[in-house]
Design a binder for this molecule. Structure first.
Ligand code: NAD
Length: 258
């Protein structure tokens, strides 16, 4: 599963799943351009990983910014082979009729437009080197409805559409595109959702999440990163247009949170 000589970009690469993916890709031999909107977190990643990585402060929703950051990463490292389109945000739990459209639009912008821009501007670089692999971090919410988080759920369904369409359009260019669909993973994103639910009076939020997972624990970021590394590598050479569950068996059985 070597990625020696390959170069990846990872969006949201200073967040928890993203950082785990960066570490995994570096451990497999790749150099990585880390994209994030948080410059301080990027500095910490650069201090940890040294010249194996470059850091790029950018907002994935900004078309000109994404194009120039992707081009700058390619210029810095000499090529691009892999894209991990991972940046994403949750939103507070509200029924559809009460959800502020600004909240909906923001989630769609980061989670869907951000992935679309990554696909669009990575393509010429991957084509230039004869192919590559793109992995999108979707979610179990790309495969089911979930009451109260319509924006997040719709955004994760949408990225599966982007993934499948890109897989069809780019198979002829030897570019594979897949989604990983993690279930709840103990990261700031999940903790922010749990905090909001607790404030709203929902008791034992974490216990309830774990109770519906057959393996009785949350995903670990390294487990998601291992799968991303596999899909990025030539070991997954016949996989494209796929959606891969990493959910401890959650969607094999009971689906509702409460
Ligand atoms: P996180 O909050 O730790 O990381 C997200 C990162 O994205 C942060 O570093 C943040 O600064 C960055 N980011 C957010 N908006 C951005 C923007 N506009 N431009 C650039 N960077 C931006 O969250 P995480 O849990 O690591 O989530 C990563 C991905 O995994 C997301 O797409 C999320 O939807 C998905 N996911 C998470 C879970 C979970 O339980 N944590 C489960 C399934 C899927």
């Amino acid at each position: 599963m070597s990625l020696e000589g390959k170069v990846a970009i990872v969006t949201g690469g200073a967040g928890e799943i993203g950082a785990a993916a960066v570490r995994r890709l570096v451990a497999m031999g790749a150099r990585v351009a880390i994209f994030d909107r948080d410059p301080d977190a990027l500095k910490t990643m650069a201090a940890e990983l040294g010249d194996k990585v470059s850091t790029h402060t950018c907002d994935v929703t900004d078309e000109a910014g994404m194009k120039s950051a992707i081009d700058a990463a390619a210029a810095h490292h000499g090529r691009l082979d892999i894209g991990v389109l991972n940046a994403g945000i949750p939103h507070e739990r509200k029924p559809i009729q009460d959800l502020d459209m600004a909240v909906f639009d923001k989630v769609m912008a980061v989670n869907v437009r951000g992935v679309m821009l990554g696909l669009k501007y990575l393509f010429p670089h991957l084509k230039k080197v004869g192919g590559g692999s793109i992995v999108i971090t979707a979610s179990t919410e790309s495969l089911r409805g979930n009451e109260g988080i319509v924006g997040y759920t719709a955004s994760k369904h949408a990225v599966v559409g982007l993934c499948k369409t890109a897989a069809l359009e780019w198979a002829r260019h030897n570019i594979r595109v897949n989604c990983v669909n993690p279930g709840p993973c103990d990261t700031p994103l999940l903790r922010s959702v749990e905090e909001i639910m607790t404030k709203k009076g929902v008791a034992n939020v974490r216990e309830k999440s774990v109770a519906i997972i057959p393996m009785k624990r949350l995903a670990r970021t390294e487990e998601v990163a291992n799968f991303i590394g596999f899909l990025a590598s030539d070991q997954a050479s016949y996989s494209t247009g796929g959606t891969y569950l990493l959910d401890g068996g959650m969607l094999a059985g009971k689906q509702a949170l409460e």
